[in-house]
Design a protein around this ligand. Structure first.
Ligand SMILES: C[S@@+](CC[C@H](N)C(=O)[O-])C[C@H]1O[C@@H](n2cnc3c(N)ncnc32)[C@H](O)[C@@H]1O
Length: 386
């Protein structure tokens, strides 16, 4: 099967973690943009990536690129594309998603409509049948990139973003997206062989992602619905083989603890339910407790907290004391650990009162965030952490 350009998208500022993950899977990134990484690969590669990736958002397979001045130009070029190679003649359904920055476009829906018209007209002429269309993202999704005059058209082989791992039965109050949590873990120095502590775990995303990562379980092992199943190059027998190849059994135990705690009993209930669905509940020690009382094994390890930061939950004043108390916890109870705080509030970050080793840029949706890293001296330093 032939190779084409693949663009794997990710949250803003996460491309370097995605590029590393792609390299670990044997793909060579050709270029990086803030919210994505380009590689080259076949349709089967897209299937494999959809099943395995943790830090990605969507896997887009490029089917054409050209320049277009305006909507008519877009239509005339798109209607000449061999859509019948990718879209089934019978019972097909397509939806169009786009990123458009072209001065001739006033109505943002217009380019999507022109592209949809081109696809429908081409399909009707060649096959005698026309695909249905709408806004559902769980079937054939086409992604249109049109910036200035540059057009790239992709089959979106994910549809529903692959940040949706299908384990989140209970979302909790302010959950972190699964792929953001995976990128945050990738940004830490956790070696997947020592304690991983997640006080203030909320719905448990960081702890669950840590358990899945340590177990080597592919990101989307639980998920069974992807847009790639709705395009013509899809071969179900081959898909089942790839699923079987990448599948990993969750181990019975891990040689180090993963501890997730929260003061809110409901949050722990949600985290446990989600972990059970993900198949890793037995690998995580869940506790209902204040973060100051969270158990901290006497080895070196990694402790990651995602406190409220006043955007969606909690109030700034109260939070100042909380952030200071996290600093005290780090200083007094976590010698030998690497400490991390994920926050969207720089002022609160300063209340921690410890010197940061790194301030790593992230975005939680539109909110600019930082992962603050602290090297917590004292105790015996595990050589793996130097
Ligand atoms: C922003 S949420 C964490 C979201 C989490 N990363 C997730 O993916 O669901 C912050 C959590 O801190 C918890 N929390 C607030 N104050 C706490 C305290 N004093 N001790 C322990 N947990 C606390 C809240 O109950 C809430 O679940």
């Amino acid at each position: 099967m032939y190779k084409r350009t693949i663009l794997v998208t990710c949250p803003k500022a996460c491309a370097e973690y995605l590029a590393e993950e792609l390299k670990s899977l044997g793909y060579e990134p050709t270029s990086l943009v803030s919210n994505g990484v380009f590689i080259s690969g076949t349709y089967e590669d897209c299937i494999r990536l959809n099943l395995t990736l943790r830090t990605g958002l969507r896997v887009l397979w490029e089917v054409d690129n050209f320049t277009a001045r305006d909507g008519e130009d877009l239509y005339h070029q798109a209607v000449r594309m061999p859509w019948e190679e990718w879209i089934p003649a019978e019972d097909a359904y397509i939806s169009i998603v786009s990123s458009v920055r072209n001065e001739t476009v006033v109505n943002t829906n217009f380019p999507n409509l022109r592209l949809k018209d081109a696809i429908v007209d081409r399909m009707r002429e060649v096959t005698g049948d026309r695909p249905n269309s709408g806004n559902e993202r769980d079937r054939g999704v086409i992604f249109l990139y049109w910036h200035e005059e540059e057009v790239c058209i992709y089959l979106d082989t994910s549809g529903i973003p692959i940040s949706n791992r299908a384990y989140r039965a209970m979302p909790g109050a302010a959950p972190m997206r699964e792929n953001l949590a995976a990128s945050v873990i990738a940004a830490t120095r956790w070696d997947k062989a020592s304690p991983f502590l997640n006080p203030m775990c909320g719905s448990g995303t960081l702890a669950i992602e840590a358990a899945l990562l340590a177990s080597g379980v592919p990101g989307q092992q639980l998920r069974h619905e992807f847009a790639f199943q709705h395009f013509k190059p899809f071969d179900n027998a081959r898909y089942q083989e790839i699923r079987a190849e990448v599948r990993k059994r969750v181990p019975d135990s891990l040689p180090f603890p993963i501890i997730a705690s929260d003061i809110d009993r409901q949050a722990i209930r949600a985290a446990e339910t989600n972990a059970k669905k993900a198949g890793v509940a037995h690998l995580i020690d869940f506790r209902v407790c204040d973060f100051r009382e969270a158990p901290i094994p006497e080895e070196s390890g990694t402790i990651v907290l995602n406190p409220e930061y006043g955007e969606r939950l909690g109030e700034q004043r109260q939070l100042e004391a909380t952030y200071k108390a996290i600093g005290d916890l780090f200083k007094q109870k976590c010698p030998g650990y690497w400490g991390y705080i994920f926050t969207g509030n720089k002022t609160l970050g300063k209340r921690v009162g410890l010197k940061t080793k790194r301030k790593i840029e992230f975005y939680n949706g539109p909110i600019e965030c930082r992962l603050l890293e602290y090297e917590l001296y004292g105790g015996t330093r595990n050589p793996k952490y130097q």
